[in-house]
Design a protein around this ligand. Structure first.
Ligand SMILES: Cc1cc2nc3c(=O)[nH]c(=O)nc-3n(C[C@H](O)[C@H](O)[C@H](O)COP(=O)(O)OP(=O)(O)OC[C@H]3O[C@@H](n4cnc5c(N)ncnc54)[C@H](O)[C@@H]3O)c2cc1C
Length: 415
């Protein structure tokens, strides 16, 4: 008897699946999909809303991921359900890397690109921008392949699970690189707001963690350049001499190594180690992307209402992502500052707090992370390329086999 998943990773969202299908080859995926009336593909279940829900689920867990370095040595093709952690291990054997990772290596590639999952770095695009080729099984069981530069490719990568089963992806790779992680603590709010771009641009990838207390919090630098000469103080924050967890008070054992010690890119770019439970586990997440130039005023707006939400916050993280051309990416033609909330696991209270956050951020063109909790209704309408995406879906999924109520309401505006 195959397992039917009942909830997302943190068990904060409960699925209504009554069955889950586990095809074990590409051919079996084609047959399974062609015979189904409606289907929702599971990634690693790290999203927090109804983007993954439905009657019948499909898991690719039994399809081999078969990673292959392409002949040019600049690309890798792999089963789309591979996790970034699995891909990183394979790339390491070949001395290769991808440009960035999210806070955890446990998520699947297809699920991550579906929602424009990102890491940080003012010059780093989100994880979907590394995709140079994509293969789908569409509703009638046929295979559709596209590569960067093809018509509609830019609409296919941030796919929201709406276009078909993503079976294989090709990603840009580069020579393996080393990263050193250094934490600076005691950052003052004034300093953060006055130097936001300088702080966020201080290394290859930078995160600022806050709990909305008297001080803003800590800066986490992930540096590719030699870190030997990093200063003792950075914008008034002091260099930590102990290893930290992003959530103050939690055991830093699960967190990736710090104290400026160089290590493999894949062991430093995420905050959490592969073999451990990432983050807290007992949590709900929300995230809002604002244009980077409005970042400081957006943070100030939140500071002015922090009494309405801070009591529910485990930690908030600020990150940056570079602009791209992917139709449903929150970074479509804009550099962003992302404001990420790890909430305590109290959905009702969190929904109220999220409403306050959304109201405070409304003057700043904020777009929610597709895979996290938000209360705004129709988000699709805020995207310039929605009509193109709708036409693409009409072509790729005319029968709406991959639809669900969340997609129809949040993306396509059904009431
Ligand atoms: C602890 C934690 C840390 C996180 N850190 C970050 C972070 O650093 N940055 C960030 O941006 N986000 C982060 N997230 C959010 C997470 O990256 C996104 O929600 C992502 O979409 C989850 O990927 P998944 O593989 O779990 O996909 P799921 O949540 O399972 O699915 C997401 C969507 O993808 C579709 N899908 C999945 N696989 C396929 C496939 N093969 N074919 C077609 N459709 C498919 C699903 O149907 C669904 O529509 C985090 C989440 C958690 C729980």
């Amino acid at each position: 008897m195959k397992r039917v998943p009942t909830a997302n990773w943190s068990e904060s969202f409960h699925y209504s699946f009554r069955d889950c299908l586990y095809p074990s080859s590409l051919e079996a995926v084609c047959v399974t999909v062609s015979q189904a009336s409606r289907i929702k593909v599971l990634g690693s279940r790290h999203s927090f809303n109804g983007i993954v829900d439905g009657d019948v689920a499909l898991s690719l867990a039994e399809v081999p991921i078969d990673p292959v370095i392409e002949a040019d040595g600049k690309h890798v093709t792999v089963g789309a359900h591979s996790t970034y952690g699995e891909l990183a291990l394979f790339l390491h054997e070949h001395g290769l890397a991808i440009h960035n990772l999210a806070s955890l290596p446990h998520i699947s590639i297809a699920g991550a690109i579906a929602t424009a999952t990102h890491g940080s770095g003012i010059s780093n695009g989100n994880l979907a921008t590394a995709i140079s080729g994509i293969e789908f099984v569409t509703g009638d069981g046929s295979i559709v392949k596209a590569k960067r530069g093809d018509p509609d490719f830019s609409g296919m990568v941030v796919h929201l699970g709406a276009l078909g089963v993503v079976t294989r992806v090709t990603l840009d790779v580069r020579p393996e690189f080393q990263v050193a992680q250094t934490v600076y603590e005691g950052l003052a709010w004034d300093s953060l707001l006055a130097n936001l771009d300088g702080i966020m641009g201080a290394a290859y990838s930078v995160s600022v963690f806050t709990q909305w207390a008297e001080k803003a919090g800590a800066i986490w630098l992930k540096s590719t350049a030699p870190s030997d000469d990093l200063p003792a103080m950075l914008h008034g924050a002091h260099r930590s001499t102990e290893k930290r967890h992003p959530i103050i008070g939690l055991d830093p054992r699960n967190a990736t190594d710090q104290l400026s010690e160089y290590g493999r890119w894949s062991d430093r770019l995420p905050h959490f180690k592969m073999g451990f439970t990432p983050s807290n586990g007992e949590e709900i997440q929300s995230e809002f992307h604002v244009p980077r130039e409005k970042g400081a005023v957006a943070i100030e707006a939140l500071l002015s209402i922090r009494d309405k939400f801070a009591h529910l916050v485990q930690v908030v993280e600020f990150r940056t992502t570079a602009a791209d051309e992917l139709w449903l990416s929150p970074q479509y033609q804009r550099d962003t500052l992302s404001i990420h909330f790890t909430w305590i696991k109290d959905q009702e209270a969190v929904n109220v707090a999220v409403g306050h956050v959304e109201q405070a951020l409304s003057p700043f063109d904020a777009l929610p992370h597709w895979g996290k909790v938000f209360t705004l209704g129709n988000i699709g309408a805020r995207y310039e390329k929605l009509a193109d995406f709708a036409r693409l879906r009409d072509r790729m999924d005319p029968q709406r086999k991959f639809s669900n109520p969340w997609l129809e309401k949040v993306v396509f505006g059904a009431s």
